[in-house]
Design a protein. Structure first.
Length: 260
């Protein structure tokens, strides 16, 4: 891919200068530690806040390590995804709108190299973020509740990373296809409405990208139906590749939209 290494260095420098390699993983780490700490110290928090009637006692549910990790992943699926998508959804459309893309298009680079350089940097930030989030969550869960089996934990992280690759491919595809406002709305609708639909009627389908975060937890629990898992993984990777190719094609088609 012509100029890929140069474009990749450019994208990495921009990500460093905007501190994305620092603040986004920190957000995930904070999200990861929130549920284990909050659940464990809930009674102490209520006592410190005050206004608790004398003799009041709250019966907390007995949660295991997998339950708390699932709660942390739920945080990643809402606040975490919002942060990641909001940080990158305009990465192509904004450059096209402010004229920055013109400086790229007049050089001998390929559209695929341009698209892939952004995808690689997004994926790197995403991977560091989920490792930070999982690490924070697993550390406090291990200290306060119990440990995990290493192999299944790594498999769960890998499964969630595949889900993030799908999210990034959709986000970049929308950014390459539409203006910033439409791209932002479209990407959020696809990802978050998909999650809502899966929560309501997901019991009727077992092979879908939106199942992967849940399947990652089921791997740890040892309750995963592996045929559903492998099919969902394969379908997600195929859709991710399709979205990436659509993004490259629409970048070529929308060259005329670039501000000069």
């Amino acid at each position: 891919m012509n100029g890929f290494s140069v474009l990749l260095q450019k994208e990495f420098r921009e990500a460093w200068r905007s501190w994305k390699f620092l603040w986004i993983p920190l957000v995930f780490a904070l999200l990861g530690m929130t549920d284990p700490l909050t659940n464990y110290y809930m009674m102490d928090i209520l006592s410190a806040v005050g206004n608790v009637p004398e003799g009041f006692e709250m019966l907390m549910p007995e949660l295991g390590p997998a339950d708390l990790l699932q709660a942390s992943i739920g945080q990643f699926q809402t606040i975490g995804l919002l942060v990641l998508m909001a940080s990158f959804v305009g990465t192509i459309s904004k450059e096209r709108a402010n004229g920055m893309a013109t400086l790229m298009y007049v050089r001998p680079i390929s559209f695929r190299a341009y698209f892939m350089s952004k995808f690689v940097v997004m994926s790197t930030v995403g991977f560091i973020s989920i490792v930070a989030g999982y690490s924070a969550s697993v550390y406090y869960i291990a200290v306060l509740y119990g440990t995990f089996e290493g192999a299944t934990l790594i498999a769960s992280i890998g499964t969630y990373f595949v889900w993030l690759l799908f999210v990034f491919a959709v986000t970049l595809m929308m950014s390459a296809t539409f203006t910033s406002v439409v791209a932002t709305a479209g990407a959020f609708v696809i990802i978050f409405v998909g999650q809502i639909m899966d929560a309501f009627v997901g019991v009727f389908w077992t092979v879908t990208p939106w199942k992967l975060p849940t399947y990652g937890v089921q791997l740890i629990r040892g309750t995963m139906e592996m045929s559903d898992y492998w099919w969902s993984l394969a379908v997600t990777l195929v859709i991710t590749i399709v979205c990436m190719n659509i993004g490259v094609l629409t970048m070529k088609k929308n060259v005329a939209m670039t501000k000069i």
